[in-house]
Structure formats: C-alpha cells, structure tokens
Design a binder for this molecule. Sequence first.
Ligand code: PLP
Length: 388
Amino acid sequence: MSYKKHYQHFLNQHPGKLHCAPHSHHYWPDVTRQAQLDYWDDSAKGVDHKWDTIFGERIPAVQQHLAKLLDHPAPGQFVFAQNTHELLYRVISCFDPQQPLRILTTDGEFHSFSRQVRRLEERTNVVVERIACEPYDDFASRWETALKAQSYDLVFISQVFFNSGIVAPAVDTWLGLVPESTVVMIDGYHGCGALPTRLRDIADRVFYVAGSYKYLQAGEGCCFMTVPCNCDLRPEYTGWFADFANLTKPQQGQIDYADDGLRFAGATMDFTALYRLETVLDWWQRDAITVEKMHGYVQNLQRRFLQVIDELKHPLLHRGALLAHNLAQHGHFLTFELATAEQVVQLATALRDAGVETDYRGRRLRFGFALYHDADDYQQLKKAFAVR
Ligand SMILES: Cc1ncc(COP(=O)(O)O)c(C=O)c1O
C-alpha cells in the first residue's frame, strides 16, 4: 500500500527527489489545498462574523480530533497559538519574576525552550538544571535522581528528543516523584501524530505542547497546548482571547480568565493552518489512518532503510554511528553522529547531489521517514555512493 497518491502536489514539485526531512518540514497532503480556499471563503462570507464560525465550529472540531488522537478526555482544554514558544512563554509568565524560579530540564530541548531559558538565566533568581541526555542508557535513572533530589517550579522535557529521535522516559514512570505544586510541561512536537500517545491519565497534571508543522502534516501556524483541568494559573502574558466569553462585561478590576484551555490563549491570529489541520485529521478519520498504523508503516520504512545502510558498507554512514536506545520505540527520524561536522556536510552534499534531501546540525545527520515514502525508495541512497 502506497500513500503517495495523497501527496501529489508536493511530490510533483520535486521529481526524482527523496525527501528525507519530514521531521523538519513535512510535506502537506493534497487535502490541505482546499483548506486554504475554505479559510478565504469563510472570511469573505463571514467578514467580522467569521470568528463565530472559527470559534463555534472549526476550533471545536479540531479540539475533538486532537483529543481523540491523543486520548485526552477534555477537548476544551486544548488551546491554539502560532507556535509553541508563545505557549511556553505564557506558562513561564505565570511565575512571579520577583521570586526564585527553579527549572529542571535536559540538554536536548528544542531552541524555543533552550534559548528562552538561557535568556531567563540572566535574571539572578532563575536556576536551570539540565540533565544530559547522554548516555541514553541511564538517562531515566539520572532524571529520576534529579527529581528526587529537590523540588522544582517547572519541569520541562521532550516526548522525543529533536536532536536524536530517542524517546524520553514515559511521563507516568516519573510523574509520581513530582510535587503537586510543580508545573510539568511536555514538548510533544516529535511525538504527536508519530508515536501512539495516551494523555488520559496525565491530562489533569501536565501541559502538553505540539504543533502542525511536522507529523500532523498541516504546515506552520497551528500549535496547541493541553491545559490541565481546573488549572488556576494566571499567565501574565495574556491576550484578549483568554476571556473571550466575558468581553462584553465591564473590563475592570482583577483580570479574569476562561476556565478551559482558552485561559492560555493570546490574541488575533490567522487560523488558515487550523483549517489545514482539520482537513488532515478529517482525512485520517475517513480513511481509518491511525497513529498506530502510521507508526507501523514508518517503523517498517526504518527497517528497510537500515538494510540499505548495511548494504552500502559505508565507512562513516553505518549502524555504529546511529544514535539509538531502543529502535522498537523511536521517533520518526534516524540520527547518525559522525566524528566531524565537515564529514556530515560532505555526506549530506553527496546525498543531495543524488536527490536525497536530509537535514543536519553539527556532527549529526538526520534521515526522516513519512507516509509519502515507499520502502524501495531508499535504493536511491546507493546512487550517492555509486553502489550497484
Ligand atoms: C521538539 C520541538 N519543539 C518545538 C518545535 C517548534 O517550536 P516553535 O513552534 O516554538 O517554533 C520544534 C520544531 O522543530 C521541535 O523540534
């Protein structure tokens, strides 16, 4: 079974190319094209009243889909923003800047978080402890030791590390070590839509952020966060969407917030990406394409890709250079770590010349896998190294 027929518009723009960077920028399926026009048409039809359609129909529909996808019991707890950084900063703004802020995290978090907290550390009362991801084999025990050693105001960790594809320890294995007063955030960007994910048992305890740019296949502009039910935090970085229902009441006295996910909302945004996301999730529902199914498909692609890697017998690009902890439970890209950044650039260039698009950072070369690949496509790698 090939899924390529669903990605014709993107594939046709790149004949002969094998796009191995969906973990960076995923191709958009054809169904998303009409969504662009639908947003335009709803805007033309509704003008000012388009917000009734967006807030009354489109957002609830996507909330329902995402809650189902992530096995979350309360769709109303999903809040949307253009990017995860905005949502992250809204959570951080709940902490009084005059008070000490202690953060526990890892050294493998995406820039939106890592850059932001490095900047926060310039305040003298912010302390960030970063647990090294490597060695992966004992990360879980080092993470637990850190959690037991002291309490933190904020614990922030990825579901799948963006710079390796390695899956972090499951939240429910360590959440019991975290005091009730600690805010827990999971960066699910490399998990959502890729790995089967069940938030049901932790939904009342964690903030889970992810977005549409990668495995949800809807492009940039539609990130979301789940907010624990009964959350009474008061983001200082707040926009007027955060109390949308009460806008007609006098705006005086203490700032109020919505009781659901909107509590963490900002202000006016372009919802085109949310329309695209809805069409992707509708398509998956229509064709019974589940995350389990897609994950199985990608795992098979990864196995077939590694067979080709074995056949290449390349001195640098081989399984010994692969960053992995447990390939049976791994994100949707494979990362090879080479001795030098120059070797990585040379390899990526040879691959690009043979029509294989990868992405790399420093000494790490990443290959991503997606529904728009067929297992036989990886034979194209042999062209890069002149193997018959
Ligand atoms: C782990 C992770 N988190 C978040 C993001 C996106 O962050 P933002 O939406 O703030 O640009 C990415 C994008 O590559 C990512 O890999």
